[in-house]
Structure formats: structure tokens, C-alpha cells
Write a protein that binds this ligand. Sequence first.
Ligand code: PXP
Length: 260
Amino acid sequence: MKLGVNIDHIAVLREARKVADPDPLDALSICKRAGADQITIHLREDRRHMQDIDAKNIITLSTLPVNLECAIEASMIDIACNLHPHRVTLVPEKREEVTTEGGLAVTGEQPRLKEAIKRLQAQEIEVSLFIDPTLETVKASLELGVEWIEFHTGKYANIYAMLYSNLSKTHHKIPELELSRKILKKMLDNELHNLRLLSCDAQGFGLKVAAGHGLNMQNVEDIVKIESIEELNIGQSIIARSIFVGLNQAIVDMKEKLIR
Ligand code: PXP
């Protein structure tokens, strides 16, 4: 299974001080050596982490394919067409959110999406849509003629965290908690089942399937078992682990988890 390493969080750390270090550009050779298959970056409209110069340098200098995430705004599509990354993943953006909290409203945004996709594909840039895992969004993506979809795994990751947090492992048996654990386990199984079925459907329709958001060394294991998912894009947990084990080791370890 392929691994796209999202390096935005290196720029988050730099922007916290508005200094020059750490420079996400320095991550490129480490990602490559550690076995990453792709570099993923998100140029947000508010430029809270990656800056235009980062995107330009990374896309120009990376020897791995670059997956540029951006909003459907015409000005962002202009930038994407100019920078010409290997792939553009269109994502929803809300200024007030901490991170990309859900998938694109594919059915509600059809005209703007069509225009953006047409412009990107005219430049021979692969297009992916970051969507919530529903049959409706998969079918709408298919109709829009994109090459890739990326399932937002945030709901799965949140349920996993609630189920396996330290609190739930307490030795004090609390009957209500046991009950809610049963409900959470069922919810987690349902979410995995949904991702498995939809990935298989999407692949059957001829779409390439990626997934990402909130994945880490623990919760990734069941996602890796879904054969129809070809690629995962993982950022926060890899960069967080890299503080303690180094970026190279954090990627090597994640890559090992992705072996089927
Ligand atoms: N895929 C997409 C489309 C994203 O926008 C992001 C970042 O929100 C990720 C993957 C990586 O998510 P995370 O940083 O939680 O691993």
C-alpha cells in the first residue's frame, strides 16, 4: 500500500515562530530515503502553514510525486495549474476549522467542481476529491470524471480514539462505560464495513481509492486490510512521532504497517 506523507505540520512548527526553521523542503530527501511514495501538502487559503514559496519549491524539487491539496476557489486552481503538481486533491476549507473536518459537499458544489476539474485535467494534472465515505459521494465523484477519490477517515479515527483511549482501559469496571464500549465497537465495525464496501464499489467503478485523516500507528492496521484502498495520506501522527524517533524512523515504521 502506498504512503503519501503530509508534511504540512513541519510548516506549522515554523509558522508558530515565523522563522526559517524547520523548513519542509528539508524533509523531501528524508521522505524519499525512508520509503514514502508521495509528498502531500495543503496550501490553505489562509496560508496558516505552507506558503506559496514552499509549494513552489516542493513541487519543483521533489523527486517523489507531489499531491497538492487545495480548495475549489478559482484563485487556488490558478496557482495549482501554474505549479503543476502530479495530483491535486480538492478539499473543503473553512477558515475557522483546526483541520479539514469533513469531505467535500460533492453534490452541492457540482458547477464549481466541474470547472475546477476541467481546468486541472486540461493541464494533465490528476484530480482527487476528498469525500466522506457514502455511496452518494462516490457516485457523484464518478460522474465528475476524476481519477481518484480520497475517503475522509476522521469519523473512523475519532471512534477508534474514544474506544481505545486510556480511560476505557481502566481497571474499575463501570457498567455504563462497558455498555458504551459495546456501542463504540459496533460503530467502529460499521465504519470499517462501510469503508470496505465503498472502496470496493469505487474500484469497481474504475476510481482509484485513497484514504486519510487521523490515521496513526494503531488505527491504521484495519484500514490496511482493505485491499481496494491503494494509498494512505498521513501527516499529523508521523510528524508528531518524528519529534521523538526522527522523521526517517517515523516514516519507516509507518511504511512497515502498510505492508500487506
Ligand atoms: N488527506 C487529506 C485530504 C487531508 O486534508 C489531510 C490533512 O487534513 C490528510 C490526508 C492527513 O491527515 P492527518 O494529518 O490527520 O494525518
